[in-house]
Design a protein around this ligand. Structure first.
Ligand code: FIX
Ligand code: ZN
Length: 428
């Protein structure tokens, strides 16, 4: 007989006490950041940190072009310091830095206790020069409250691959995710490299190619011990793709006959980040990607066709958010996460978080940082904690109005779920 009665072990919070309790618990809760582009220091230059990296983050690069109007080739010919100087001038000194990515830089500096009133970039640089990376890493994780984070790891990356082959030292705070964009999005370029590494693959979807691709995946899963496999997909991604034979059909075969079986064998979710239109403006380089509305039916059909696979999904278009919540209501093997990239702005984060709680309760991971620069953990999480506090306070006030006893233990358990607990259970 299921337990149908479990009176709360601790006293209910008086309704007027709920806001303070929520604010305090959300502010202090440790975070499991399930998608970042950060690396342990053993990956060397791949781990970006410090004021200049913050300023030349591709979000600010894109915004900067709208002000300085330099020809892209002139901008890219500059040193990183010169680029940072230019962006500081145009985005901070000549215009108030009210965009989310500019505000984020200032939140990082404020979290570090730095005084930005003088708007003195040279003085700020002098501060960062005093840190060693290892000490700074500990400091940023301590202040941001990030306890663990998941990297984005790509065996096709020429800087990253040798570190894994050397058996790079593990830091328990950094976990891996095996990224498959090269296989699923540029197979024709992946083939010669896989063959160079001893995998007998071809441009076709022969049994040999699919088996050898699985062998490659197996080898890197054993090496990296990833929490999940992942890919970023265009809004046009189709499944099953019967209407446009060619690369998409090949992509479907690689997914269905190599990647998903390998995920099942290792009980690993497959993460699909859907909706990126790559390089709509190539001259902006990493800042040149855009967004397109995708078909959540793709996720429905994959979840239905592969019930023994687990899918992590985040979609890039605001217009897809309500739809993917409905898909998640239909399929328990789907876990929705994050306010990704162009959605990571307060007005949209609040809308998405309310929508998700109303439709999915606490069975969702509402945010990830996507940090590319270590320091960004400071702002991406401080900004999100503030929004989550407001939304959760409203939700618990709604419960209290029904007579439901909201206890501090409930709040602590729920916040732990939202900051990684639900994700970890989904991995089990
Ligand atoms: O595909 C991804 O993981 C995206 O998050 C990145 O490609 C993107 O550049 C980014 O960092 C967005 O925040
Ligand atoms: Zn990312």
């Amino acid at each position: 007989m299921p337990v149908l009665r479990s009176a709360p072990k601790t006293r209910a919070l008086a309704p007027e006490k709920i806001p303070l309790a929520v604010r305090d618990l959300v502010a202090r809760a440790p975070i499991d950041d399930i998608h970042t582009h950060l690396y342990t220091p053993s990956f060397g230059p791949l781990l970006l940190w410090g004021i200049d990296e913050l300023l030349v983050y591709h979000y600010l690069v894109a915004e900067g072009f709208r002000h300085h109007r330099l020809p892209p080739e002139k901008f890219w010919a500059m040193s990183k310091t010169e680029q940072a100087d230019l962006l500081w001038k145009h985005l901070f000194l000549e215009h108030s830095p009210i965009s989310e990515s500019c505000r984020g830089v200032l939140t990082c500096l404020h979290a570090l206790g730095l005084d930005v009133r003088k708007r003195d970039l040279a003085a700020l640089r002098a501060h960062f020069s005093k840190w060693t990376l290892d000490r700074y890493l500990d400091k940023v994780l301590e202040i941001s409250g990030v306890e663990r984070l998941v990297m984005t790891n790509n065996p096709f990356d020429d800087l990253e691959r040798p570190v894994w082959l050397r058996g790079g030292t593990r830091d328990a705070r950094f976990e891996a995710a095996l990224r498959l964009d090269d296989i699923l999005m540029t197979w024709e370029k992946a083939v010669p490299r896989l063959r160079e590494w001893g995998f007998d693959v071809g441009l076709d979807c022969s049994r040999r190619t699919l088996d050898e691709t699985r062998r490659f995946l197996h080898e890197w899963i054993m090496r990296m011990k990833p929490l999940y496999l992942a890919v970023s997909l265009p809004p046009t991604f189709a499944f099953p793709d019967l209407k446009t034979p060619g690369s998409d059909t090949l992509r479907n075969h690689l997914l269905v006959e190599a990647i998903l079986p390998e995920c099942r064998e290792h009980n690993l979710p497959f993460a699909m980040m859907i909706g990126v239109k790559k390089l709509v403006n190539p001259s902006l380089r990493l800042a040149g990607d855009s967004v397109g509305r995708a078909d959540p039916g793709v996720v429905e059909r994959l979840c239905a066709a592969y019930p023994d696979n687990k899918f992590l999904v985040t979609m890039l278009s605001r217009e897809n958010q309500h739809e993917i919540c409905i898909v998640a209501r239909k399929f328990a093997n789907l876990h929705v996460f994050g306010c990704w990239w162009f959605l990571n702005n307060p007005s949209i984060i609040e809308e998405m978080t309310r929508e998700r709680f109303e439709l999915l309760g606490l069975s969702v991971t509402p945010q990830h940082s996507d940090a590319r620069v270590l320091d960004q953990l400071l702002y991406k999480w401080r900004h999100f904690r503030a929004i989550l506090t407001d939304v959760l306070t409203d939700k618990y006030a709604d419960l209290a109005r029904t007579g439901w006893a909201v206890t501090e233990d409930d709040l602590r358990r729920d916040v732990r779920d939202l900051f990684g607990g639900a994700f970890r259970r989904f991995l089990e």
